[in-house]
Ligand binder design. Structure first.
Ligand SMILES: Cc1ncc(COP(=O)(O)O)c(C=O)c1O
Length: 390
């Protein structure tokens, strides 16, 4: 039997009856848009994350877009993002006419390096690329917001990032697309992904820790004014009534059908987060003794949901050797991410070149991912470890 990279079929068997019941109820109601399940899901997930409000939307990308629009980010604004992330994080910044300013990541956690964030903001203000690499025309920009990404299921270092953001007057938008369910201690109190910053955003893409059966996403906030703005932007900037448009917006709604799927899957979510811990602990035990592998780091006080299990090889050649061994053993693998965003052709206009973000570039050259999901058995993990050991 082939080994899945992410096993959505086993998961579906566990929730099938409840998902079908939920979908049938939506079909019977005819409320395909903004049905009661959307509000129910928003209430449940806000409660889970520990925020006052949640706004369901059509994808994680739309969640980020709506967050930036609600905070009135636009042309002339600098938005600080890590380059080692999925395209969407910085794409939405550029789509709104603002400028992504990339801040390199920590080599152990792969998340934004808070010390470099401070330097990058100072560099923009001083228009001094000697302080930190900057995009073209950075001197004309106003530092406006930072989007820390909780990469591969591990929360960014908010204990260090939030004070830097506060000192520079930056809005914080948490990109929790890969980390729903993760926790981190802040001042001794455990806080969930989705609760950091003025607005936090997540994705329900099927492969995410909490995934639906299509596209979906959500914004979280404690601020009632931002809540109203997000709700308005979600539906073409609507005002008091449907045909009054008081600002520009998007078609950003979450389908009721996807909300019904998520309500059913949320019932087993906490159990799945626990199972992910068991799988990660088994990998650490099996792979730890194999020379030349750097395994994911989870700093004290954190629970990662291990959206991906990413390993660093010693070099690009070593990675290729390991990937070949996996292929021969019919174990699927993937590379997140082979090209950091500052070197993507889509961002060529920013003028960053190779060497600008050395940590992200080194990670891109050496990192690879192996199967990771809550239903991975000890036997399959042993097979995967044996393949990597060669
Ligand atoms: C870090 C990050 N941000 C944003 C997104 C965008 O989410 P979606 O695919 O739901 O638009 C993703 C999805 O892969 C992601 O990994």
């Amino acid at each position: 039997m082939s080994i899945p990279f992410i096993d959505l079929k086993t998961q579906h068997r566990r929730v099938a009856a409840e998902v079908e019941r939920g979908i049938q109820a939506v079909l019977a109601s005819g409320a395909f848009i903004n049905g009661p399940d959307v509000a129910r899901l928003e209430e449940r997930l806000a409660g889970y994350c520990g925020t006052r409000h949640a706004v369901g939307c059509a994808s994680g990308t739309d969640a980020l877009m709506m967050a930036l629009m609600a905070l009135k980010v636009g042309p002339g604004d600098a938005v600080f993002c890590p380059p080692f992330t999925f395209m969407a994080t910085a794409e939405v910044v550029a789509l709104l006419g603002a400028t992504p300013v990339f801040v390199d990541v920590d080599p152990a956690t792969c998340n934004m390096d808070p010390a470099r964030l401070d330097l990058a903001v100072r560099a923009v203000r001083a228009d001094d690329p000697a302080l930190h690499p900057l995009p073209a025309h950075a001197g004309a920009l106003t530092p406006k917001a930072v989007i820390p990404v909780d990469l591969f299921g591990l929360l960014a270092d908010y204990a260090a990032i939030l004070p830097v953001a506060a000192a520079h007057g930056l809005f914080v938008i948490e990109d929790a697309a890969q980390a729903f369910g993760a926790t981190s201690e802040l001042s001794g109190v455990a806080r969930r992904a989705g609760s950091f910053g003025q607005i936090a955003c997540t994705s329900f893409f099927p492969a995410k820790p909490l995934g639906c059966y299509g596209d979906g996403g959500m914004c979280f906030t404690d601020d009632p004014e931002l809540l109203e703005l997000l709700r308005s932007i979600r539906v073409h900037g609507q005002g008091a009534d449907k045909y009054q448009n008081v600002r520009l917006g998007i078609t950003g709604r979450l389908d009721t059908m996807q909300a019904a799927v998520l309500l059913a899957k949320f019932e087993i979510f906490e159990d799945e987060v626990r199972l992910r811990q068991d799988v990660a602990a088994r990998y650490a035990k099996l792979l730890g003794p194999i020379p030349g592998l750097t395994l994911p780091v989870v700093p004290g006080g954190n629970v990662s949901v291990h959206a991906q299990y990413c390993i660093q090889a010693e070099s690009t050649a070593h990675r290729q050797e390991l990937l070949d061994r996996l292929t021969r053993a019919q174990v699927p693998s993937s590379i997140y991410y082979p090209v950091p965003l500052h070197l993507q052709p889509a961002f060529a206009n920013l003028g960053y070149g190779p060497g600008a973000m050395p940590v992200s570039e080194a990670l891109a050259a050496r990192i690879f991912s192996i199967p990771m999901h809550p239903y991975l058995t000890a036997e399959v993990q042993q097979e995967i470890a044996a393949a990597l050991a060669g």
